[in-house]
Design a protein around this ligand. Structure first.
Ligand SMILES: [Zn+2]
Length: 534
C-alpha cells in the first residue's frame, strides 16, 4: 500500500475544518506535488518538509514520485501548520512509520528546516474543530500543549521536533531535543485588554444616577451604548467600569474568546482560559484591520472580536476613520464581522457591547447654556462632527445618555445611591439568568441579540405598550429599526425590575416608557431611579 493519511485542521476565520492529508509515494517521475487548493505559503511546505525530514536523519523518498492530496479538495488551505501532517503522511506512505492509528490523531505544527516543531497561531480553534469531528488525540508544538489541553477530553502530546514525533508514533524511546520558543516577539502580539480593571468600581462615580441606571440596563441586556457629553464629564470613567458589572463568561463563551485570541496570536500561554469579560479602548487612529480584523495570510481578528463577550469602548467616536465607522455597522447589527479574502469571505464572532463616546463638538467645550459655553468651534464644524455619528450608526445604538460634569455637592444628592459594582453586578446577573431561561431553546442568550421576528411572535408588547412605540414612530421620533431596539430594551428594563420567580410576562407600558427615554437620550424620571434603588 503506497499511501497513508494523516489529519490536520484548516482554519477559516475561527471555524476549523478537519483535513485529510493523503500522501502517495510510488515509482515514477521524481518530485513532490501538492494538490487540493493549497496557497503559496503551503506550497513552500514541500521544501520545508523535505529538509526537516533529511535534517532529522530520516529518509526522504527522493527517488520516487510523491503526491500529497489535501481533502476536502474544494476548501482553500492556508498556513504553515500543515507541515507536520504532510511530513508524517509521506513517511508513513514510504513505510517509515506505522499507518495504523494515524487517522485518529490530528497533527498541528510548522517545521523548521532543522526539523524543530514550531508554534503556530490558532491552535485552540483547530483542536476544538478536531474534537467536534471525533478526534481524541492531537500532536502540537510543546509550548502549545497547555492551550490544546483546554479542550475537554482531548489527549495532547506536546513535542519539540519531528524526530520526537516519529519516535512516539513508532513506540521508540523519544530522543532529546532543544526546547522551542513560544510564539513571541512579532509573532505574539501584545493585547492590552483587561489591564488595571480590578480596582475600578461604580461606587467611585458620584452624581450621575441617570447614567448609572442606563449603564446597568445596557449591561444586563448586552445593549450598545452611546455616551455624549463635554470633556471632563466622566464618559471614560463610566465605560471602563462596565466590565465590573458583568458576570464571568460561561464555559462556552470563555472557550470561544480564548480561541479568538489563539487565532490572533494574543493568547498568553500562562493565562490559560480567559474567563473575565474583556475590555479594550482602541485609539481613534486605529486602522480598519486593527479594529475589525484582516491581515495578509491567515486572517487576524481585530479588537472587536478580541472583545467578544465583553466591552469595546470607542472614545471620541466621530474622530475614527470613516471606513472604520462604516465597517462597524455590521457588528453593531449582527454581532459578527465579515472579512473579504481574495478567494473567500471569512466571518468572525464579535458579539460585544459597543460603547461609543462623543463630545458635543470637536473642541469638547460646547454647552447648551450660553453662559457656560466656551466652545470655539464653528457651527459648520460642530454639525459635521455630529453628522458622523448620526444615521446608520446612531440607529443601531440602543441606549443614548448625555452626561454633564458632576455638580459640586453631588455626593449629597438625595437620589444618589453609591452602590458598589458588586451590588449592581448581582442584579445584572439575575436579569441575565432570567433571559437565559427565556431563550433556553434559542441560539442567543440576551435580549439585545433576540431577532425582531422572534420578539414579535413570541414576546409581543401589550396593546398599551405597543401604542407608545407606534406613536413614537408615527411622530418621527423613532425609526422602525429603533422600535425593535426599544422592544428589546423594554424586556431588559422589565427583567431588572422583576421580582424573583415572577412570571415571564410581556413588558408593560411603564417599561416601554423607560426604554423610549433610554433610547432617545431624554433624562429618566425620578420614579425610575427610585424604583431601582428600592
Ligand atoms: Zn467646540
Amino acid at each position: 500500500m503506497p499511501f497513508a493519511t494523516a489529519r490536520t485542521v484548516s482554519l477559516h476565520g475561527a471555524v476549523g475544518h478537519l483535513i485529510d492529508v493523503q500522501a502517495d509515494v510510488s515509482p515514477g517521475l521524481v518530485g513532490t506535488t501538492l494538490v487540493g487548493r493549497p496557497d503559496a505559503s503551503l506550497n513552500e511546505a514541500r521544501d520545508r518538509c523535505r529538509m526537516a525530514v533529511i535534517n532529522s536523519e530520516l529518509p526522504w523518498p527522493s527517488t520516487k514520485r510523491i503526491t500529497v492530496l489535501l481533502s476536502p479538495a474544494d476548501l482553500h488551505k492556508r498556513g504553515t501548520h500543515f507541515d507536520l501532517a504532510i511530513a508524517v503522511s509521506v513517511l508513513a506512505a514510504d513505510d517509515k512509520l506505522p499507518r495504523a492509528g494515524l487517522a485518529a490523531t490530528a497533527f498541528i505544527g510548522e517545521l523548521t528546516l532543522a526539523g524543530q516543531l514550531r508554534p503556530v497561531t490558532g491552535v485552540l480553534p483547530m483542536v476544538l474543530a478536531a474534537a467536534e469531528r471525533g478526534v481524541r488525540r492531537v500532536v502540537v508544538p510543546e509550548p502549545q500543549a497547555r492551550e490544546a489541553a483546554m479542550v475537554p477530553g482531548m489527549s495532547v502530546l506536546g513535542l519539540r521536533s519531528l524526530a520526537q514525533v516519529v519516535a512516539e508514533l513508532r513506540g521508540d524511546p523519544v530522543p532529546d531535543a532543544a526546547p522551542v520558543a513560544a510564539l513571541s516577539g512579532s509573532r505574539l502580539l501584545s493585547w492590552r485588554g483587561e489591564e488595571r480593571m480590578e480596582a475600578l468600581d461604580l461606587a467611585d462615580l458620584r452624581g450621575i444616577e441617570d447614567a448609572k441606571y442606563a449603564v446597568e440596563v445596557a449591561a444586563a441586556g448586552g445593549h450598545h451604548l452611546m455616551l455624549s457629553g463635554p470633556k471632563g464629564s466622566g464618559k471614560t470613567s463610566i465605560a471602563e467600569r462596565i466590565p465590573s458589572l458583568l458576570p464571568p463568561l460561561s464555559a462556552s463563551e470563555s472557550l470561544e474568546l480564548t480561541a479568538i485570541h489563539s487565532l490572533a496570536g494574543t493568547l498568553d500561554p500562562a493565562t490559560g482560559l480567559m474567563v473575565d469579560p474583556p475590555y479594550a479602548a482602541p485609539h481613534h487612529d486605529a486602522s480598519k484591520s486593527a479594529l475589525i480584523g484582516g491581515g495578509s495570510g491567515q486572517v487576524r481578528p481585530g479588537e472587536i472580536s478580541r472583545c467578544h463577550g465583553g466591552v469595546l469602548f470607542l472614545d471620541e467616536f466621530p474622530l475614527f476613520r470613516s471606513d472604520v465607522i462604516d465597517a462597524l455597522r455590521q457588528p453593531l447589527e449582527t454581532g459578527e464581522v465579515s472579512i473579504a479574502r481574495r478567494e473567500e469571505m471569512v466571518r468572525l464572532p464579535a458579539r460585544c457591547m459597543i460603547v461609543l463616546a462623543c463630545n458635543p463638538c470637536p473642541c469638547g467645550e460646547y454647552r447648551v447654556l450660553a453662559r457656560e459655553n466656551r466652545c470655539t468651534c464653528s457651527e459648520v464644524r460642530r454639525r459635521d462632527y455630529r453628522a458622523r455619528v448620526a444615521g446608520p450608526v446612531e440607529d443601531r445604538i440602543d441606549v443614548v445618555r448625555h452626561v454633564e460634569p458632576a455638580r459640586l455637592g453631588a455626593e449629597r444628592d438625595p437620589m444618589a445611591v453609591h452602590e458598589s459594582s458588586a451590588t449592581v453586578r448581582g442584579r445584572v446577573t439575575t436579569a441575565r439568568e432570567r433571559q437565559g431561561r427565556r431563550y433556553a431553546a434559542d441560539l442567543w442568550r440576551l435580549n439585545a441579540h433576540a431577532p425582531a421576528t422572534a420578539l414579535n411572535e413570541r414576546w409581543p408588547l401589550g396593546p398599551e405598550a405597543s401604542r407608545l412605540v407606534e406613536d413614537a414612530v408615527y411622530a418621527g421620533r423613532l425609526t422602525r429599526r429603533g422600535a425593535v431596539r426599544v422592544h428589546r430594551l423594554a424586556l431588559t428594563v422589565a427583567d431588572l425590575a422583576a421580582a424573583p420567580g415572577a412570571d415571564d410576562g410581556p413588558p408593560g407600558a411603564d417599561d416601554v416608557a423607560v426604554a423610549l427615554r433610554l433610547r432617545s437620550g431624554q433624562p429618566l424620571l425620578v420614579e425610575t431611579l427610585s424604583r431601582r434603588a428600592g
